[in-house]
Design a protein around this ligand. Structure first.
Ligand SMILES: N[C@@H](CCC(=O)N[C@@H](CS)C(=O)NCC(=O)O)C(=O)O
Length: 221
Protein backbone atom coordinates (compact mmCIF):
# COMPACT_ATOMS: atom_id res chain seq x y z
CA UNK A 1 0.00 0.00 0.00
CA UNK A 2 0.91 3.64 -0.48
CA UNK A 3 -0.94 4.77 2.65
CA UNK A 4 -0.05 3.47 6.12
CA UNK A 5 -3.12 1.21 6.15
CA UNK A 6 -5.72 -0.07 3.72
CA UNK A 7 -8.40 0.48 6.32
CA UNK A 8 -9.60 4.08 6.56
CA UNK A 9 -10.43 3.57 10.24
CA UNK A 10 -6.79 2.81 11.09
CA UNK A 11 -5.59 5.93 9.27
CA UNK A 12 -8.35 7.88 11.06
CA UNK A 13 -7.41 6.64 14.53
CA UNK A 14 -3.68 7.03 14.12
CA UNK A 15 -4.16 10.53 12.71
CA UNK A 16 -6.15 11.36 15.85
CA UNK A 17 -3.40 10.04 18.11
CA UNK A 18 -0.87 12.08 16.18
CA UNK A 19 -3.06 15.19 16.22
CA UNK A 20 -3.53 14.97 19.99
CA UNK A 21 0.07 13.87 20.61
CA UNK A 22 -1.03 10.89 22.71
CA UNK A 23 1.82 8.33 22.71
CA UNK A 24 0.97 4.99 21.13
CA UNK A 25 2.49 1.85 19.68
CA UNK A 26 1.14 0.04 16.62
CA UNK A 27 0.48 -3.69 16.42
CA UNK A 28 0.03 -4.74 12.79
CA UNK A 29 -1.82 -7.97 13.49
CA UNK A 30 -5.40 -6.83 13.20
CA UNK A 31 -6.25 -9.15 10.31
CA UNK A 32 -6.04 -12.02 12.78
CA UNK A 33 -6.46 -10.13 16.04
CA UNK A 34 -9.85 -8.43 15.79
CA UNK A 35 -11.63 -6.19 18.26
CA UNK A 36 -14.34 -7.52 20.59
CA UNK A 37 -16.78 -6.37 17.90
CA UNK A 38 -15.03 -8.48 15.28
CA UNK A 39 -13.72 -5.51 13.28
CA UNK A 40 -10.32 -4.10 12.48
CA UNK A 41 -8.76 -1.19 14.31
CA UNK A 42 -9.02 -1.02 18.04
CA UNK A 43 -6.91 0.04 20.99
CA UNK A 44 -5.72 -1.40 24.27
CA UNK A 45 -4.92 0.87 27.19
CA UNK A 46 -3.65 -0.54 30.49
CA UNK A 47 -5.25 -3.88 29.66
CA UNK A 48 -8.59 -2.35 28.66
CA UNK A 49 -9.69 -2.99 25.08
CA UNK A 50 -11.79 -0.46 23.20
CA UNK A 51 -13.41 -1.32 19.88
CA UNK A 52 -14.55 1.01 17.09
CA UNK A 53 -12.64 4.13 16.05
CA UNK A 54 -15.29 6.53 17.38
CA UNK A 55 -15.41 4.86 20.80
CA UNK A 56 -11.60 4.83 20.81
CA UNK A 57 -11.56 8.58 20.20
CA UNK A 58 -14.13 9.17 22.96
CA UNK A 59 -12.03 7.03 25.31
CA UNK A 60 -8.84 8.92 24.42
CA UNK A 61 -10.59 12.26 25.01
CA UNK A 62 -11.87 11.20 28.41
CA UNK A 63 -8.68 9.49 29.56
CA UNK A 64 -6.34 12.28 28.49
CA UNK A 65 -8.75 15.16 29.08
CA UNK A 66 -8.73 16.24 25.44
CA UNK A 67 -11.32 18.50 23.86
CA UNK A 68 -10.49 19.43 20.28
CA UNK A 69 -13.96 20.94 19.90
CA UNK A 70 -13.42 23.74 22.35
CA UNK A 71 -12.51 26.39 19.78
CA UNK A 72 -15.36 25.59 17.39
CA UNK A 73 -18.92 26.89 17.41
CA UNK A 74 -21.90 24.60 18.04
CA UNK A 75 -22.78 24.88 14.37
CA UNK A 76 -19.29 23.80 13.31
CA UNK A 77 -19.29 20.92 15.78
CA UNK A 78 -22.70 19.79 14.49
CA UNK A 79 -21.59 19.98 10.86
CA UNK A 80 -18.37 18.14 11.74
CA UNK A 81 -20.31 15.29 13.32
CA UNK A 82 -22.61 15.01 10.29
CA UNK A 83 -19.59 14.87 7.98
CA UNK A 84 -17.89 12.22 10.11
CA UNK A 85 -21.02 10.07 9.93
CA UNK A 86 -21.29 10.61 6.17
CA UNK A 87 -17.76 9.43 5.47
CA UNK A 88 -17.64 6.58 8.03
CA UNK A 89 -21.12 5.24 7.53
CA UNK A 90 -21.92 6.11 3.92
CA UNK A 91 -18.96 7.00 1.69
CA UNK A 92 -17.06 4.03 3.19
CA UNK A 93 -19.74 1.65 1.92
CA UNK A 94 -19.63 3.10 -1.57
CA UNK A 95 -15.90 2.35 -1.52
CA UNK A 96 -16.53 -1.18 -0.30
CA UNK A 97 -19.06 -1.72 -3.05
CA UNK A 98 -16.82 -0.28 -5.76
CA UNK A 99 -14.13 -2.60 -4.35
CA UNK A 100 -16.45 -5.53 -4.82
CA UNK A 101 -17.14 -4.63 -8.43
CA UNK A 102 -13.72 -3.56 -9.55
CA UNK A 103 -11.62 -5.90 -7.44
CA UNK A 104 -8.00 -4.92 -7.05
CA UNK A 105 -8.29 -1.80 -9.17
CA UNK A 106 -10.21 0.06 -6.53
CA UNK A 107 -9.38 1.87 -3.33
CA UNK A 108 -10.10 -0.91 -0.87
CA UNK A 109 -8.09 -3.40 -2.89
CA UNK A 110 -8.08 -6.91 -1.50
CA UNK A 111 -10.09 -5.92 1.54
CA UNK A 112 -12.96 -4.97 -0.72
CA UNK A 113 -12.84 -8.31 -2.45
CA UNK A 114 -12.75 -10.34 0.77
CA UNK A 115 -15.43 -8.66 2.83
CA UNK A 116 -17.48 -6.71 0.42
CA UNK A 117 -20.08 -8.82 -1.22
CA UNK A 118 -22.28 -9.99 1.65
CA UNK A 119 -21.68 -6.94 3.78
CA UNK A 120 -22.53 -4.35 1.17
CA UNK A 121 -25.68 -6.29 0.27
CA UNK A 122 -26.71 -6.39 3.95
CA UNK A 123 -25.92 -2.70 4.40
CA UNK A 124 -28.01 -1.87 1.34
CA UNK A 125 -25.53 -0.26 -1.02
CA UNK A 126 -24.91 -3.66 -2.62
CA UNK A 127 -28.44 -3.57 -3.97
CA UNK A 128 -27.78 -0.46 -6.09
CA UNK A 129 -26.54 -0.64 -9.67
CA UNK A 130 -22.90 0.20 -10.28
CA UNK A 131 -23.97 3.47 -11.87
CA UNK A 132 -26.04 4.40 -8.81
CA UNK A 133 -23.19 3.59 -6.41
CA UNK A 134 -20.78 5.74 -8.37
CA UNK A 135 -23.32 8.54 -8.48
CA UNK A 136 -23.79 8.65 -4.69
CA UNK A 137 -20.06 8.37 -4.16
CA UNK A 138 -19.55 11.36 -6.43
CA UNK A 139 -22.24 13.28 -4.51
CA UNK A 140 -20.46 12.60 -1.20
CA UNK A 141 -17.12 13.72 -2.64
CA UNK A 142 -18.73 16.83 -4.06
CA UNK A 143 -20.30 17.59 -0.64
CA UNK A 144 -16.87 17.28 1.00
CA UNK A 145 -15.28 19.46 -1.64
CA UNK A 146 -17.96 22.15 -1.33
CA UNK A 147 -17.86 22.14 2.45
CA UNK A 148 -14.07 22.35 2.52
CA UNK A 149 -13.97 25.13 -0.08
CA UNK A 150 -10.80 27.15 0.44
CA UNK A 151 -10.47 26.29 4.13
CA UNK A 152 -7.30 24.64 5.41
CA UNK A 153 -9.16 21.92 7.33
CA UNK A 154 -12.77 20.77 7.33
CA UNK A 155 -13.94 23.14 10.07
CA UNK A 156 -11.54 26.02 9.50
CA UNK A 157 -7.92 26.95 10.12
CA UNK A 158 -7.55 24.43 12.93
CA UNK A 159 -7.69 20.66 12.47
CA UNK A 160 -10.48 18.82 14.26
CA UNK A 161 -11.69 15.30 14.96
CA UNK A 162 -13.71 15.46 11.74
CA UNK A 163 -10.51 15.74 9.71
CA UNK A 164 -9.35 12.34 10.95
CA UNK A 165 -12.40 10.55 9.54
CA UNK A 166 -12.33 12.51 6.29
CA UNK A 167 -8.60 11.95 5.82
CA UNK A 168 -9.01 8.25 6.64
CA UNK A 169 -11.40 7.72 3.79
CA UNK A 170 -9.82 10.14 1.31
CA UNK A 171 -6.39 8.62 1.95
CA UNK A 172 -7.71 5.42 0.38
CA UNK A 173 -8.89 7.17 -2.77
CA UNK A 174 -5.89 9.50 -2.96
CA UNK A 175 -3.21 6.84 -2.50
CA UNK A 176 -5.08 3.65 -3.44
CA UNK A 177 -7.41 4.84 -6.18
CA UNK A 178 -5.35 2.79 -8.64
CA UNK A 179 -7.05 4.39 -11.62
CA UNK A 180 -10.48 3.08 -10.59
CA UNK A 181 -13.78 4.88 -10.98
CA UNK A 182 -13.56 6.56 -7.58
CA UNK A 183 -10.26 8.14 -8.56
CA UNK A 184 -11.83 9.59 -11.71
CA UNK A 185 -14.49 11.38 -9.65
CA UNK A 186 -12.02 12.40 -6.98
CA UNK A 187 -9.88 14.17 -9.58
CA UNK A 188 -12.76 16.54 -10.24
CA UNK A 189 -12.16 18.02 -6.78
CA UNK A 190 -8.59 19.34 -6.61
CA UNK A 191 -9.18 20.94 -3.20
CA UNK A 192 -9.63 17.43 -1.78
CA UNK A 193 -6.28 16.21 -3.06
CA UNK A 194 -4.56 19.39 -1.82
CA UNK A 195 -6.24 18.70 1.54
CA UNK A 196 -4.85 15.14 1.64
CA UNK A 197 -1.35 16.38 0.94
CA UNK A 198 -1.79 19.03 3.65
CA UNK A 199 -2.99 16.49 6.22
CA UNK A 200 -0.09 14.22 5.35
CA UNK A 201 2.47 17.04 5.70
CA UNK A 202 0.96 18.23 8.99
CA UNK A 203 0.45 14.92 10.80
CA UNK A 204 2.47 12.30 8.94
CA UNK A 205 5.93 13.79 8.26
CA UNK A 206 7.23 10.19 8.47
CA UNK A 207 4.63 8.90 5.95
CA UNK A 208 7.24 7.31 3.70
CA UNK A 209 8.51 5.23 6.62
CA UNK A 210 4.99 4.00 7.37
CA UNK A 211 4.20 2.55 3.94
CA UNK A 212 5.29 -0.52 2.03
CA UNK A 213 5.41 1.21 -1.40
CA UNK A 214 2.86 -1.11 -2.89
CA UNK A 215 4.11 -4.12 -0.95
CA UNK A 216 7.62 -3.88 -2.41
CA UNK A 217 9.27 -3.58 1.00
CA UNK A 218 8.59 -3.78 4.73
CA UNK A 219 7.54 -0.42 6.18
CA UNK A 220 10.43 0.76 8.35
CA UNK A 221 7.94 1.98 11.02
N1 LIG B 1 -17.31 1.53 12.89
C1 LIG B 1 -16.04 0.83 12.84
C2 LIG B 1 -15.83 0.31 11.44
C3 LIG B 1 -14.63 -0.60 11.33
C4 LIG B 1 -14.67 -1.44 10.05
O1 LIG B 1 -15.67 -1.48 9.34
N2 LIG B 1 -13.56 -2.10 9.75
C5 LIG B 1 -13.52 -2.94 8.60
C6 LIG B 1 -12.20 -2.75 7.86
S1 LIG B 1 -12.13 -1.24 6.99
C7 LIG B 1 -13.58 -4.40 9.02
O2 LIG B 1 -13.07 -4.77 10.06
N3 LIG B 1 -14.15 -5.25 8.19
C8 LIG B 1 -14.10 -6.65 8.36
C9 LIG B 1 -15.38 -7.26 8.82
O3 LIG B 1 -16.37 -6.54 8.99
O4 LIG B 1 -15.39 -8.48 8.98
C10 LIG B 1 -14.93 1.79 13.27
O5 LIG B 1 -15.12 3.00 13.20
O6 LIG B 1 -13.88 1.30 13.73
Amino acid sequence: PYAPSITPFAVKLETYLRMTKVPFMNEHDSLTNRSSKGKLTWIEYNGQEIADSEFCIKFINKTFNIDLDKNFSDEEIGAGRAIQRMVDEHLYWQGIDVGKQLGFSSWFMSLGVFFAKKQSYAQGVGRHTEEEVLQVMDEDLQALSKFLGKKKFMLGEEASQTDCAVFGILSQIHWHGCGGASEKFYKKYPNLSAYCERMKAEFWPDWDDCITHGGTRKAPK
